[in-house]
Design a protein around this ligand. Structure first.
Ligand code: CP
Length: 357
């Protein structure tokens, strides 16, 4: 089964092809309007969403297919204690493809092991959000005209920010990308992501100074400090407004800077930046999600019979390897097999959440 669990499930050639197909869909909507006639997308959202769920549903409807699903775990039998594995076993008998969001890291990998239909990760805890990354790459390609040779700043919650984790993994596939990670010390980019960059000699800088970093950037990817990921609310209150991008801070920015944000925003981009139409790309980015998700659905349905899922191929069962990450799906799912991944940096990591074992 061809699934999309992490961005590494697709090669650079496949990502570039998805970007081109998305652009073609934007310009030729009628050509695609019946391509999924008779197919059903299930959207299983165990966590809140506006853009991801609705753009997936809009995408399937735009391809002539149908949708079913839930937008809240409390309206599903999860609230009665049903396991994720049982939910997926059942729903994969009602649908042709499933897009799922879950609060636990690694949940889509568990789902892919049970499902009879392709699984798309629409966000798993603080881990990955690969379809967001694909629409981010589409946005960068449209805004800048290319993806290579860029200095990309990522600002805010880099520790729990699943969108930036997937985006760093994807941008590594492109030429001459430099990263600037802007965060408070408490919310720095995880070691496993930086280890990979170091093993590939990819340049990155860590700083907590947004204003000083802005003049060097071609792309600034702002993120929200995510209240829902903090166990200590006093820490959230202390950090929540640490970065606020406003018009004044853009004074020394490049004329062709692209400002991205996966949204929703709270205070981290002031509304006065919205008037900077050329540089403020975040609402165009959200709209691009509809077309990229059409391209993803088409690809996975077309390649349903292929056996190629790097996430599954790279992991091995090891029942001694219990993960200690409290956000990992292994903490809550019954009867789970423990999996490990041996990384190029020599570390052994949980096969679900990538936490060091
Ligand atoms: N960008 C994103 O994932 O937004 P939603 O949480 O609204 O889906």
């Amino acid at each position: 089964m061809r699934n999309l669990i992490g961005i590494e499930d697709f090669s650079k050639e496949e990502i570039d092809e998805l970007i081109e197909v998305s652009k073609d869909i934007m310009n030729n909507r009628a050509k695609y309007s019946e391509m999924c006639k008779g197919k059903i997308l299930a959207t299983l959202f165990f966590e809140p969403s506006t853009r991801t769920r609705l753009s997936f549903e809009s995408a399937m409807l735009g391809l002539g297919g149908n949708v079913l699903g839930f937008s809240n775990a409390n309206s599903s039998s999860t609230s009665k204690g049903e396991s994720l594995a049982d939910t997926i076993t059942v729903v994969s008998g009602y649908s042709d493809i499933i897009a799922m969001r879950h609060p636990k890291d690694g949940a889509p990998l568990v789902a892919s092991m049970k499902s009879k239909v392709p699984i798309i990760n629409a966000g798993d805890g603080g881990h990955n959000h690969p379809t967001q990354t694909l629409l981010d790459l589409l946005t960068i390609s449209k805004e800048k005209g290319h993806i290579d040779n860029l200095t990309v700043g990522m600002c805010g919650d880099l520790k729990y920010g699943r969108t930036v984790h997937s985006l760093v993994n994807a941008l590594q596939m492109y030429e001459n990308i430099k990263f600037v990670f802007i965060s408070p010390n408490e919310l720095k980019m995880p070691e496993y992501i930086k280890d990979t960059l170091e093993s590939k000699n990819i340049e990155y800088l860590e700083t907590n100074d947004l204003e000083e970093s802005i003049p060097n950037l071609d792309v600034l990817y702002m993120t929200r400090i995510q209240r829902e990921r903090f166990s200590d609310m006093s820490e959230y209150e202390r950090l929540k407004d640490v970065y606020i991008l406003d018009k004044a801070k853009l004074k020394n920015a490049k004329e062709d800077l692209s400002i991205l944000h996966p949204l929703p925003r709270v205070n981290e981009i002031s509304v006065d930046v919205d008037d900077d139409e050329k540089r403020a790309a975040y609402f165009r980015q959200a709209e691009n999600g509809r077309y990229m998700r059409m391209a993803i659905i088409l690809k996975l349905l077309k390649e349903e019979s292929l056996k190629s899922n790097k996430k599954e191929e790279n992991v091995a069962e090891n029942n001694e390897a219990k993960c200690s990450n409290e956000r990992c799906i292994t903490m809550v799912e019954r009867g789970i097999k423990y999996l490990v991944t041996k990384c190029s940096d020599g570390n052994v990591r949980c096969g679900y959440c990538e936490n060091k074992i």
